[in-house]
Write a protein that binds this ligand. Structure first.
Ligand code: SAH
Length: 347
C-alpha cells in the first residue's frame, strides 16, 4: 500500500482500482505515512499558513429536500430565519476587524434571496471591503444567475457535488435533484471565472469505497480551486436520523488523498470534522488541510442553522474563539494569516 501512496505523491493520480484498494486497506500505519506526505506538500506550497474564512449562515429557508440535511424543506421542526442586509453587514464588520479577508455567504436555497437581492448584497460587501474575497454557497443556480453574481463582484463559489455516482446521488436527494444538473452548475461556475469548490460527505448512507474513489476521480478531473469535505452526521428530524455518522479516520484519509491529488487545492478542515471529534480541526490540518472557516453568524441564529445534530458553533468554531484557534494552530506549527488566501497553482 505504501508504494501506492508514493506513486500518488509522485504522479498526483491513481487508477480507480488503486484508489479503491487504498481506501479498503486504510489503517493507522498507512495513515501516518500518508499524512506525512500530504503535510509536506501543503508546506511546500503554503508554508505554515492557514487561511481563515468567515462563514455567514444568512438563511436556513430551503426549497430542497436533501435527505441528510436538517434544514430540508420537509423538516417542519426547523425554526426558520433570515438575516437582514444590515445583520449580514454587521457580521462582515466584526469579521473584518478580527482579521478575516474572506466572507462566505452560505444558506439554504431560499427564493426570497432572488438575484437582485443577492447581487445588491454582493455589491455592498465588495464596495465596503474591496480587500476581501466573497464566496457564495447558496446552492444550484442557472447560468445567468451565476453570471450576474460574478458580474456583481463575487469571487468564489462552493457547491459540493455530494457524490459523483448518479445512483448514490438519487438515494441522497429528492427526485427533482440530479447529479448532472449539479455538475453542470459547477462547470458553468468555472467557465464564468469563479474560483470553484466541490466536495462530498464522508460516510453518507449507502456510500461504498468505490463511490469514494469516484468522488476523488471526479475532483481530479474537475480541478477545483477548493474542496469541501466532512463526515456525514445524522440529524434527528431527517430520514437518515438513525444512520451512522462518517468517521474521523476516513475523513482524514480523504483529506490527505485530496491534497496529494491536487497539491495546491484550498482544503478546509470543516466544522463537521470539528463536531465529531474535539481535536478534529487540528487533525484535519495535520492530514493536509489548510483552511478553517469559523462561524461569523450572529450567535442567536447559530443553533438554527442545524444541518446535523450537535453542530459545533462554540469555542474554536466561533469567530470569537479566534484567539484560541490561533493558539491551537501554533501548537501544531502553523499560523493563521490575515490574507484573502487565494488559490496557488501547486503543479
Ligand atoms: N444550500 C447550499 C449549502 C448547503 S449546506 C448548497 O446546496 O450548496 C453545505 C453542506 O453541508 C452541504 O453541501 C452538505 O455536504 C453538508 N451537509 C448537509 N447536511 C449534512 C449532514 N447531515 N452531515 C454532514 N454534512 C452535511
Amino acid at each position: 500500500m505504501k508504494a501506492l501512496i508514493d506513486k500518488l505523491a509522485r504522479e498526483h493520480i491513481l487508477t480507480r482500482n488503486e484508489l479503491v484498494m487504498l481506501i479498503k486497506n486504510r489503517n493507522p500505519d498507512l495513515d501516518s505515512y500518508l499524512f506525512e506526505q500530504a503535510v509536506a506538500v501543503r508546506r511546500r506550497i503554503y508554508g505554515n499558513d492557514i487561511y481563515i474564512r468567515g462563514l455567514i449562515e444568512f438563511t436556513n429557508y430551503c426549497k430542497n429536500d436533501c435527505l441528510y440535511c436538517g434544514i430540508r424543506r420537509s423538516n417542519k421542526g426547523a425554526a426558520r430565519y433570515r438575516l437582514t442586509d444590515e445583520e449580514i453587514l454587521n457580521c462582515c464588520k466584526t469579521g473584518y476587524e478580527m482579521g478575516f479577508r474572506t466572507f462566505v455567504l452560505q444558506g439554504g436555497d431560499d427564493a426570497y434571496y432572488n438575484d437582485e437581492r443577492i447581487c445588491a448584497l454582493i455589491r455592498t460587501i465588495k464596495n465596503r471591503y474591496p480587500a476581501c474575497a466573497l464566496t457564495l454557497s447558496i446552492g444550484e443556480k442557472s447560468y445567468s444567475s451565476c453570471r450576474a453574481y460574478f458580474n456583481a463582484g463575487a469571487d468564489r463559489y462552493l457547491l459540493r457535488h455530494e457524490t459523483a455516482d448518479d445512483i448514490h446521488y438519487k438515494k441522497l436527494h429528492q427526485d427533482e435533484m440530479l447529479l448532472s444538473a449539479r455538475k453542470q452548475c459547477l462547470y458553468n461556475l468555472k467557465a464564468i471565472g469563479f474560483q470553484v469548490g466541490c466536495g462530498f460527505m464522508v460516510g453518507s448512507p449507502f456510500q461504498t469505497a468505490s463511490h469514494l474513489a469516484e468522488d476523488l476521480l471526479f475532483i481530479k478531473d474537475f480541478e477545483p480551486e477548493m474542496v469541501g469535505i466532512g463526515p456525514f452526521i445524522p440529524h434527528h428530524d431527517t430520514p437518515f436520523a438513525r444512520e451512522p455518522a462518517g468517521t474521523l479516520e476516513m475523513t482524514l484519509f480523504m483529506l490527505a488523498l485530496i491534497r496529494l491529488l491536487l497539491p495546491g487545492v484550498l482544503l478546509p478542515s470543516t466544522t463537521a470534522l470539528g463536531t465529531i471529534d474535539p481535536a478534529g480541526r487540528e487533525l484535519g490540518i495535520l492530514a493536509g488541510a489548510n483552511v478553517i472557516m469559523p462561524n461569523l453568524s450572529p450567535p442567536e441564529v447559530r443553533e438554527k442553522y442545524l444541518l446535523y445534530d450537535n453542530k459545533s458553533c462554540q469555542g474554536e468554531e466561533a469567530a470569537e474563539g479566534l484567539e484560541d484557534l490561533k493558539k491551537s494552530m501554533d501548537k501544531i506549527g502553523c499560523r493563521i494569516v490575515v490574507d484573502r488566501g487565494d488559490y496557488i497553482d501547486g503543479s
